[in-house]
Ligand binder design. Structure first.
Ligand SMILES: C[S@@+](CC[C@H](N)C(=O)[O-])C[C@H]1O[C@@H](n2cnc3c(N)ncnc32)[C@H](O)[C@@H]1O
Length: 256
């Protein structure tokens, strides 16, 4: 592995500290590096990502994945994502110590694997409808030795009808999966009451906010807030949309 493929240069650690108030431990840095190398290797066989340069990978995959756990509004620091839940929720209905997360449409493991590495006390389910991606991820997770990740092959819309997944998760992560209203439709039925769906988006428009209204009303949820931010290196504008599940589901049938 040449120097150009070393992922975490000291300046990236500084940027993490400056932007998120957090830095990975040596062990986490090693895991991020192994994860990166695993993706590069898998990319030779599977179409996993076009973002392969170290700096790009760091910013657009790793930093971006973790940015969803850090919000300016709550003053939250990403090292303790439980604060996010507590700050936003304002009560302790969700157990703060070990949250259940689901990454819907994880692809090559984003944002779920960086989140799992950064926050090993939470359990992360990686869901994708493409079996070969999940097979690849299973091998990579074993290679990394991370214990807090499980995988599922399936479609989100079918999971929403299954008792073992319905209203089971504290946080759902969705990046580059579907239009916002479809993401809400996938995520809300899987969340416990009070759980959060985090939609990682590029541009965001008022029309998209409007497009969420009917599905939020139907499934019981609301927009907690919308956060706009700029990425630290390429200075792209991105958004995270935080949706809160607010009511038990009435309208979706369950399947055994
Ligand atoms: C563009 S990729 C994004 C992957 C990753 N979230 C990221 O940001 O790099 C979208 C992924 O979502 C998966 N996907 C799309 N619709 C899905 C659904 N209804 N249920 C589960 N996975 C889905 C696809 O197989 C694909 O791997």
């Amino acid at each position: 592995m040449g120097a150009s493929e070393t992922l975490l240069l000291p300046e990236m650690l500084d940027i993490w500290q400056l932007t998120l108030g957090w830095q990975p431990t040596d062990e986490q840095q090693g895991l991020f590096q192994q994860f990166y190398e695993g993706i590069l290797e898998g990319n030779q066989r599977l179409n996993l990502t076009r973002i392969t340069e170290p700096m790009d990978f760091w910013e657009k995959h790793l930093w971006d994945s973790l940015r969803g756990f850090w919000t300016q509004e709550s003053g939250f620091v990403a090292a303790t994502p439980t604060s996010l839940i507590q700050n936003l929720k304002g009560n302790s209905e969700i157990q703060p110590q070990s949250l259940k997360l689901i990454d819907i449409g994880t692809g090559a493991g984003f944002p779920g694997i960086p989140v799992a590495i950064a926050f090993p006390h939470h359990s992360v389910t990686l869901l994708d409808s493409t079996r070969k991606k999940i097979t690849f991820l299973e091998a990579l997770i074993t290679q990394l030795g991370i214990q807090n990740v499980t995988t599922l092959v399936g479609r989100a819309e079918s999971l929403t009808h299954q008792l073992q997944h319905r209203q089971t998760y504290d946080i759902a992560l969705l990046r580059a999966v579907a239009p916002a209203s479809v993401c809400a439709e996938y995520a809300l039925p899987l969340l416990k009451t009070g759980g959060l769906a985090i939609l990682y988006r590029g541009h965001w428009t008022d029309e998209e906010t409007e497009s969420l209204k009917s599905i939020l009303e139907k499934l019981g949820g609301g927009i907690e807030f919308i956060e706009e931010f700029t990425t630290p290196i390429s200075k792209s504008v991105r958004h995270c949309i935080y949706l809160r599940s607010s009511a038990p589901l009435k309208e979706l049938p369950l399947k055994k």
